[in-house]
Design a protein around this ligand. Structure first.
Ligand code: FES
Ligand SMILES: [Fe+2]
Length: 355
């Protein structure tokens, strides 16, 4: 027996609860006069700027004959005009004008689904529930970039893998010594103690006892070595954050906002802020080249993993105590997806391992 999908569920996606969150969809600088065709949870959306320069989001389908609104243009009055018969829509989805038609436009005609949109820290954010007021503020999700003498970098990348493995990969330590050998961690493993703490909306792992790793990136960040303070955070439903403090002067913070494009693709917006004893901008080209290499290795592995799961008809994971974050991320996403009460339990666990 099949039950009808919950209201608000998008075709083919079983993520009702996950729609009640904000997702980064594009960089602010990339959204200019031309409307942008994007995809969120498998649904085509169009993002555009109205006459005041505010970012607006509609479903990318004209209600008249279903032409993509992203093929249209933004008029001087800020309306998005369909390229086919010229119908015009405001940012809230109301049809404002039908060329050639006399009289007022009945309200039941021509309403396009709209999504509440905001901009923050150089990114355009969309609340993924159609025609709904946000249940939570964007500020509760987005961490503030550190202030002061930092180098800031924002990069956008697409991964051919679903949200969960992408988030897990971003926060998985044991693979760094193997898949990225020499780039961050070196050949000599160190004993590390990790403390995993689970909160209602996040999971945080703190690593202690780690000397500065011997790989290239760690050497660039802190040539003189030093003790490492390292923490990894997952914040529901889409944020993976990695923070390193090496010695007293070197600080490295990567915040990856992961947006489900559809069931098989995840768009990642990585915001990097770092401060080093050396002049930060001087090492930037080397640091970026190494970071891009790491990313390409991750993206290639995520695609292989994803393709293989398809061939075997689904995933079948075996977790050990070294898989610190994945099971928590899965559980938190599941709870959010199915509207389970987010468990208020705060639980901590200690694990020792070599990496
Ligand atoms: S399809 Fe958009 S105006 Fe006709
Ligand atoms: Fe990786």
């Amino acid at each position: 027996m099949t039950s009808s999908p919950p209201e608000n569920e998008l075709p083919g996606m079983a993520h009702a609860g996950l729609l009640e969150y904000w997702y980064a969809v594009c960089r602010s600088a990339a959204l200019r006069r031309k409307p942008k065709a994007l995809m969120l949870f498998g649904t085509p959306i169009v993002v555009f700027r109205n006459q005041a320069g505010l970012a607006m989001t509609l479903a990318d389908r004209c209600p008249h004959r279903n032409a993509p609104l992203s093929a249209g243009t933004v008029r001087k009055n800020g309306n998005l005009q369909c390229a086919y018969h010229g119908w015009e829509f405001c940012g809230n989805g109301t049809c404002a004008h039908i060329p050639g038609r006399l009289g007022t436009i009945p309200a039941k005609w021509g309403h396009v689904v709209h999504y509440v949109t905001e901009e923050r820290h150089g990114l355009v954010w969309v609340y993924a529930s159609a025609d709904a007021e946000p249940a939570r503020s964007l500020a509760s999700l987005v961490t503030e970039p550190p202030e002061g003498r930092y180098v800031h970098v924002l990069r956008e990348l697409q991964v051919e893998a679903p949200l969960l493995p992408t988030l897990e990969n971003a926060l998985d330590v044991p693979h760094t010594a193997f898949l990225h050998r020499g780039l961050f961690r070196g050949a000599q493993p160190h004993r590390i103690t990790a403390t995993v703490t689970r909160y209602p909306d996040r999971v945080v792992t703190e690593y202690t006892g780690e000397p500065r790793p011997t790989g290239l990136i760690a050497k660039l960040l802190s040539p003189s070595g030093g003790l490492v303070e390292h923490s990894d955070r997952f914040i529901l439903p889409s944020v993976a954050e990695v923070e390193y403090k090496i010695g007293t002067e070197n600080h490295f913070l990567v915040t990856a906002y992961c947006t489900p494009v559809d069931e098989q693709r995840t768009q990642m917006f990585a915001r990097v802020a770092y401060r080093t004893r050396a002049l930060g901008w001087l090492i930037r080209p080397l640091l970026e080249a190494a970071a891009m290499r790491i990313f390409r290795q991750d993206a290639a592995m995520l695609k292989l993993q994803s393709d293989n799961q398809h061939q075997f008809g689904g995933e079948h994971y075996l977790n050990t105590e070294l898989d610190l974050m994945g099971p928590h991320i899965r559980r938190l996403l599941k709870e959010a997806e199915t509207h389970l009460e987010l468990s208020a339990v705060v639980a901590a666990r200690k694990v020792e391992f070599d990496a």
